[in-house]
Design a protein around this ligand. Structure first.
Ligand SMILES: C[S@@+](CC[C@H](N)C(=O)[O-])C[C@H]1O[C@@H](n2cnc3c(N)ncnc32)[C@H](O)[C@@H]1O
Length: 247
């Protein structure tokens, strides 16, 4: 569904039908998906530019335009990216499309089972945890229910993250208005993963133990917008930011 919102071609009729149903009632989801992807690009760009060259992208999704490894490589040549997802269809596409990329690994693991996820990411040759790493949880924790403890994966990674490491979180909110929120959660309840939108304060709490980098947690369009971004039309569907492990 997300790939369809982004204008991608890697989606199936069943995804398009569910996505169209949602766009019928909440047309701004198109914009919200692009705002999320744009935040991901800006965050990776700024981290790579500041010297981070290892990225663990959890809930990576289908390879699409401006993938994490492409942005990282553009700003920090030699960057290494480990893509993690729990959807076998996503993984099959990712492996096929990224097979020729030497600095990219694709791993099947679930954010709700952080111990196993970390075991996979710690396999030799993937990530050097003695050096700074960026852990990306972009548009994925809202697929983890409260009873599955969405913060557990962050707590599990935190002790492994060397000083100078970063956490990037983007998460769907309820701030867009209750009718729209009801429609979206209702439509997703019929999809493979139900969605759990959360309030900005709760999302900010995911950064406990990290120092927030400027400008702090924001609705995504307001996080270091590019000069050409049209903030008048921006939505409040997604909230997040970047935290840093203190030196
Ligand atoms: C909306 S896409 C986000 C893609 C990308 N991170 C972005 O923001 O552009 C969400 C992805 O998270 C994956 N996902 C959902 N729940 C997950 C879980 N518990 N563990 C790992 N991946 C998960 C889905 O399969 C999907 O590929």
């Amino acid at each position: 569904m997300y790939d369809y919102y982004l204008g991608g071609k890697d989606n199936f009729q069943v995804d398009r039908d569910a996505a169209d149903e949602m766009l019928g009632v909440v047309p701004e989801l198109f914009r919200a998906a692009r705002e999320n992807r744009s935040f991901l690009r800006r965050a990776v760009r700024d981290l790579a530019f500041s010297g981070v060259d290892q990225f663990i992208d959890i809930g990576a999704g289908f390879p699409t335009r401006e993938n994490v490894h492409e942005t990282a490589e553009a700003y920090r040549p030699g960057s290494r990216v480990v893509y993690v997802d729990n959807d076998p269809v996503v993984l099959a596409h990712a492996r096929a499309l990224l097979a020729r990329e030497r600095a990219v690994a694709v791993v099947r693991a679930d954010a709700r089972a952080p111990g196993e996820l970390i075991d996979r990411v710690c396999e030799p040759g993937l990530i050097d945890f003695a050096r700074p790493v960026a852990v990306l949880l972009v548009a994925v924790l809202h697929f983890v229910a409260d009873e599955d403890d969405p913060a557990a994966v962050i707590r599990a990674f935190r002790p492994l993250m060397a000083p100078g490491s970063h956490l990037v979180v983007a998460h769907g909110t309820r701030s867009a208005g209750s009718r729209a929120v009801e429609k979206v959660t209702g439509a997703y309840s019929r999809a493979t993963a139900s969605v759990h939108l959360r309030d900005p304060e709760r999302i900010e709490g995911f950064f406990d133990g990290f120092d927030m980098v400027e400008p702090g947690a924001r609705f995504l369009p307001w996080w270091r917008p590019d000069p050409e971004d049209d903030l008048d039309a921006a939505t409040r569907w997604n909230f997040g930011g970047v935290g840093r492990v203190p030196e």
